[in-house]
Design a protein around this ligand. Structure first.
Ligand code: ADP
Length: 404
């Protein structure tokens, strides 16, 4: 027990001398103040905090019960023990109901008195320790909160700087890449015309340029998405024609030309889409279907109308994706560990599906995947049909939600 401050209040001056002496004999590290009236006691209580207060119940003027009420107002946590007359059970019960910690019946048994006081002091000191720990914890929590706020601000700044860098770098790379592409195309035509065998080398250069173009385009798209500047330019379009032209474009651009099965169940599907962006999505699904399947493994494209929406599905017969990985594959920069590229280049940042999902969702649609390791994957793009007002194509989600 650390140093304890005790206050004894009694109008009986003999007892006021005897009780402290009894305490000094039996307890160490204590400081005892005395007062012969409740009024005097209140002055002391206002001035300092006691570990326990002992007061006679019957005193002239303000009695012990009234003093107890005041103590509870001033020092709610200070335990107060009231000295009651012999057999005065009613007063003792009143004292306990009024919030007294304990009562000491007269004649006072010194050992009982000291034991009761010791309990009260220990309880109060423990309470104080708990309060101090609570305060320290609160301070610590506050300082942690401030630290977290600082770190969050730093991260926001770093993230903004990263977005700015990606945006600047991808824009800066785009222009020289376009002229490089134009120049190699020109050179290609000239070499073909001249019948030069150098064409072969140029083709591998063109393939490298195409791969860099894929990466730069992914970075550009991500920069538009992250900065909220991905805008859609929706136009009326026949989806069957668009799908067929994308199949043709993909087959022409890849060597050897992939085997593709096309099933356009309805060639009358007219929709409002950003043709560039939806093409980007479908070509990305074709590229993935090829990348993650053995060479010459067929890729299936189907287009179907279902009530008020239509579905473009791209199916492959490749390596497939383990079920536990499926929720992650649409996250930024996520590439399934252990899935190796089977055909073509392994180029990719793990951004294609994230970008595709963002584009489809901006059209009010959804993108789903079903996959079985070893059997292949089906990616389905579900889009609303028809969207009457082209400006509404970003808000047409409800039609899809009803079917998902
Ligand atoms: P990446 O540039 O790596 O292809 P994506 O965002 O397009 O990025 O795809 C994310 C990951 O999902 C890929 O790295 C691959 O692990 C997995 N994945 C995507 N499409 C397929 C598919 N058709 N078959 C198997 N795995 C796929």
């Amino acid at each position: 027990m650390t140093n304890a401050n005790i206050l004894i209040v009694d109008d009986d001056t003999a007892l006021l001398q005897a009780l402290p002496q009894a305490l000094f004999l039996r307890m160490q590290n204590i400081n005892v103040d005395t007062s012969d009236s409740a009024a005097g006691a209140l002055q002391l209580i206002r001035a300092r905090e006691y570990d326990a207060i002992v007061s006679d119940i019957k005193m002239p003027g303000m009695d012990g019960l009234a003093l107890l009420v005041k103590i509870r107002e001033l020092r709610q946590n200070t335990p107060t023990l009231l000295i009651t007359g012999h057999g005065d059970h009613n007063l003792a019960i009143q004292a306990l109901r009024g919030g007294a910690y304990d009562f000491i019946p007269k004649p006072i048994d010194r050992d009982y008195f000291v034991a009761a006081l010791r309990r009260a002091i220990q309880m109060h000191q423990l309470q104080r320790q708990v309060l101090e720990q609570q305060r320290a914890l609160e301070e610590y929590a506050k300082s942690l909160e401030l630290k977290i706020m600082d770190r969050t601000n730093e991260l926001i700044k770093a993230n903004t700087a990263k977005d700015e860098f990606i945006s600047m770098a991808s824009h800066e790379l785009k222009t020289p890449l376009s002229s490089l592409k134009g120049m190699t195309q020109l050179l290609h035509r000239r070499l073909v015309r001249a019948g030069s065998s150098e064409v072969v080398n140029l083709v591998s250069m063109e393939n490298s340029i195409r791969r860099i173009e894929v990466l730069v385009n992914d970075l550009l798209s991500i920069s538009y998405i992250e900065t909220g500047t991905l805008t859609l330019n929706c136009r009326r379009c026949n989806m069957g024609d668009l799908c067929q032209s994308l199949v043709d474009e993909f087959q022409a651009g890849v060597n050897p030309s992939p085997i593709m099965h096309v099933d356009i169940a309805d060639d009358n599907i007219e929709a409002n889409v950003d043709i560039e962006r939806i093409s980007q999505v479908v070509l990305n699904l074709f590229a993935n279907a090829r990348k993650y399947s053995p060479a010459r493994s067929p890729i299936h494209l189907s287009l179907k109308r279902l009530d008020d929406h239509y579905v473009i599905s791209v199916r492959d017969e490749g390596v497939g994706i383990p079920p536990e990985e499926l929720p992650q594959i649409f996250e930024r920069f996520y590439r399934v560990p252990g899935i190796e590229v089977q055909t073509g280049s392994s180029v990719g940042f793990g951004l294609g599906l994230y970008i595709s999902q963002q584009i489809v969702e901006r059209h009010g649609g959804k993108i789903h995947v079903e996959s079985m390791p070893g059997s292949g994957s089906i990616f389905s793009v579900v889009l609303p049909l028809p969207v009457v007002d082209s400006s509404a194509c970003e808000h047409a989600k409800s039609a899809i939600d009803r079917h998902s």
